[in-house]
Design a protein around this ligand. Structure first.
Ligand code: VTB
Length: 336
């Protein structure tokens, strides 16, 4: 008699094909390896281009009818993986794709921690089509009451409410903030509470994800403004792991308001929850390019290449970490 199929009752219809979860790993693995070959070479553009090429060719092997909604830029500024580009084999589910083949080009060029290759897939129409402007962001991990933090509260209030919800003193909280002149006041306000700050050079997708496991990463909260496209990617990850995130586009000129309107954004001051930025069934994968707080970077050995990937699915909240040893080195050559 056949063994009972324990997956038989799992929901597939109405969501994305489960098989895609694992398929997605190859996409970020390949981009990460391509970028890592150019790690620490001081050439951001070359590393980014290598990651883009690799990610695109692997995405085109996926059995999807994919449309890039968060990509390398508008069609006229990005020759590949531009917003609106169709990817995949053209068969299978119609999906929206948010990607950043090399999140943290500067950190990769300098070989500093937390550069990632990142991709998220969701059902068609489920990802916020965010223009490439700044977004105010705030994020905390799972396990806190809804509304613990809020973009409309002051940084001090948010830190204090988080400390209370976590059951610790304020000075045991660490906030992750992008090291930018525009954050001078924010940094001052957070320091005044007694909380610690981890200042990062780039890579706020990783910064947000790190809030989901403070025991491992040492980061409790992400605050500050960064790229809106990176905000959607981070929201996709949080939808899968749990946690709370809010984002508000910074549309501070009539030109930006008009650009956002063309992308379907009617209310320029809307606060988006993670659920508004990435709806429905979402898959997310990230592979470490450089060593980081959660993911190891790509390691090149004599006979193999090692990669470390996290792959997530919102409908089941499964968090998989995949450490791969690739022995077929040719597969990662520039020509394959
Ligand atoms: C962040 C960071 C990115 O852009 O979103 C940042 O996560 C925001 O822009 O890695 P500024 O650099 O202008 O502050 C990156 O640094 C690059 O995309």
């Amino acid at each position: 008699m056949d063994a009972p199929n324990r997956f038989a009752d799992m929901p597939i219809s109405g969501g994305l094909d489960r098989i895609l979860t694992i398929e997605l790993v190859r996409v970020t693995e390949r981009a990460a390896v391509a970028a890592a070959r150019l790690r620490g070479r001081g050439d951001e553009m070359a590393a980014d281009q290598a990651a883009v090429d690799a990610m695109r060719s692997e995405l085109n092997r996926l059995p999807i009818r994919g449309t890039v909604v968060i990509g390398e830029g508008e069609r006229d500024e990005a020759p590949m993986l531009y917003i609106g580009e169709e990817v995949g084999t053209g068969e299978g589910p119609a999906v929206d794709i948010a990607l950043d083949p090399l999140e943290g080009t500067t950190i990769c060029a300098k070989n500093l921690p937390n550069a990632l290759a990142v991709v998220a897939i969701a059902e068609k129409g489920s990802l916020l089509n965010a223009p490439d402007v700044y977004m105010d962001k705030i994020a905390i991990g799972p396990g806190y009451p809804a509304g613990t933090v809020d973009l409309d509260l002051s940084p001090a209030e948010n830190i204090e409410r988080l400390a209370k919800a976590k059951g610790v003193l304020v000075d045991e909280i660490t906030a992750c903030i992008l090291d930018r002149p525009r954050h001078e006041k924010l940094i001052e306000a957070v320091r005044a509470t007694g909380a610690a700050i981890r200042l990062i050079g780039d890579g706020d997708v990783a910064g947000v994800i790190h809030t989901t496991d403070p025991a491992e990463t040492g980061i409790d909260i992400y605050i500050g403004s960064g790229g809106a496209p990176e905000g959607v990617l981070a929201a996709a990850a949080l939808r899968c792991i749990g946690g709370q995130m809010q984002g508000r586009l910074i549309l501070d000129t009539p030109e930006k308001v008009a650009r956002a309107a063309r992308m379907g954004i009617e209310d320029p001051s809307r606060v988006y929850q993670a659920e508004d930025m990435a709806k429905g069934d979402v898959l997310f994968a990230a592979t470490g390019v450089t060593d980081g707080n959660m993911l190891a970077g790509v390691k090149f050995g004599k006979d193999s290449i090692r990669t470390h990937t996290i792959v997530l699915r919102s409908s089941t909240r499964t968090v998989r970490e995949i450490k791969a040893r690739h022995q077929d080195m040719d597969k990662f050559g520039p020509e394959s």
